[in-house]
Write a protein that binds this ligand. Structure first.
Ligand SMILES: *Cc1c(COP(=O)(O)O)cnc(C)c1O
Length: 401
């Protein structure tokens, strides 16, 4: 593999090798091109970079700490484990990095209305937050099932001034919410910017969302060099659409000795309809703007998915991850619901940190591999979010509450 090529993708049409692209209705082409142009000019504009880094620092709370999990390390008896504390960010997860970046672009494009899709509600909350901060009108589409599961986040969005629209079609979860958001965008494309919440969709979203999250990896790289005077041996992150993972991985892609593992949702095990691990039994297809690996039957019909964590419960994965997997640069594994819940408990009890159930999948992977590694080796786990939103659900499942 040439590290140079990986780090410079996608190409001008948004392709990561055979993946990615722009599979959208004709009416959205001009909106995507406008966004591409605005983003290209913003990237080169020192004023944009200044505004972004100032908001990331003072509004969001960056840089986030790189924390040595000393007790977890001792408990597992292998590699040293560091946690990248995205859970400490404003609104409780990494999603705000991207929401802030896109809000500035929206303002530059002169648009005053934003829409978003949300699963667990974390991206909806991040979008509602930046909408309040910038004075945009905000509409968030959310599956009716998710609205019930994540009532706390629905209330947060409403307090922030957003309108939350329930989506009842199909499974009434994230995939249907994305469909509704795209429908809204087609109708209101002149006035509205779609703040897509992960490294997914049509070009330029996967690239742009990655770029807004690479701050995670840039900081982690600097922090570990300062602390250990060397690079880590292994990076671990959970993969829903893939934004927190690509954000951590991207700045390390050229460091050939740094291994990387993306962790998908194994749900109740790898059988049809019971999980959301696209790289286990998935296939190549097109969904909601991109060509990628997804869970579908032979006729291309998207299959039902399941995960204990709403944020990982999606049938397709970001196109750049497919490419990195083909290259063998990143390995993909999965954690089941049971393993994630066990990791949720372990991290809470041993480190005093209650992780989001999504992030608990990454912690579960560390619990699995750290004991077999040497005590001179280093793992960085991306703790993508905090578990406050999941406490009620976890209490029901683990404490019989
Ligand atoms: C949304 C979310 C995820 C999954 O999204 P990615 O784009 O794959 O990062 C993971 N962790 C948390 C805490 C989330 O809110």
């Amino acid at each position: 593999m040439s590290a140079e090529t990986t780090a410079s993708l996608p190409d001008a049409h948004g392709h990561f090798g055979p993946y990615g692209g722009k599979f959208v209705p004709e009416t959205l082409f001009s909106a995507l091109e406008e966004l591409e142009r605005e983003y290209a000019s913003a990237r080169k504009d020192p004023g944009f970079r200044r505004e972004l880094s100032s908001l990331l620092a003072d509004f969001c709370g960056r840089a986030t700490p790189l924390y040595f999990a000393e007790r977890l390390t001792r408990h597992l008896g292998g590699a040293k484990i560091y946690l990248k504390r995205e859970d400490l960010l404003h609104t409780g997860a990494h999603k705000i990095n991207n929401a802030v970046g896109q809000a500035i672009l929206c303002q530059r494009m002169g648009k005053k209305r934003v829409i978003a899709e949300t699963g667990a509600g974390q991206h909806g909350v991040a979008t509602a937050t930046v909408a309040a901060r910038f004075g945009f009108e905000c509409v968030v589409y959310m599956g009716a099932v998710d609205m019930k599961r994540q009532a706390l986040n629905v209330a947060r969005m409403e307090f922030l001034g957003a309108k939350v629209v329930p989506v009842t079609a199909g499974q009434a979860t994230l995939k249907e919410a994305v469909n509704e958001a795209m429908r809204d965008w087609v109708t209101n494309v002149r006035s509205t910017h779609y703040i897509l919440g992960t490294a997914y969709g049509a070009h330029p979203y996967p690239m742009m969302v990655r770029d807004f999250h690479r701050v995670i990896g840039d900081e982690a790289r600097r922090q570990i060099l300062q602390r250990e005077e060397r690079l880590p041996d292994l990076l671990i992150a959970c993969v829903g659409g893939g934004s927190n993972a690509i954000g951590l991985f991207y700045p390390f892609l050229k460091d050939e000795n740094v291994k990387m593992t993306g962790v998908e949702a194994g749900g109740e095990g790898i059988s049809k309809g019971k999980h959301a691990a696209r790289f286990q039994g998935g296939r190549l297809g097109v969904l909601q703007g991109a060509k990628t690996w997804l869970l579908a039957d032979e006729d291309g019909q998207i299959e039902a998915t399941h995960s204990v964590s709403a944020g990982l419960d999606y049938a397709a994965v970001g196109p750049e991850h497919c490419y990195l997997r083909d290259l063998g640069r990143v390995q993909y594994d999965y954690a089941t619901d049971a393993q994630a819940l066990a990791a949720f408990r372990t991290l809470s009890e041993i480190e005093g940190i209650i992780p989001a159930l999504e992030s608990a999948h990454a912690v579960a992977q560390a619990i699995k591999v750290a004991p077999a590694m040497g005590s001179d080796e280093i793992i960085i786990v991306n703790l993508s979010g905090r578990g406050d939103k999941d406490v009620a659900q976890a209490a029901e499942m683990l404490l019989n509450k």
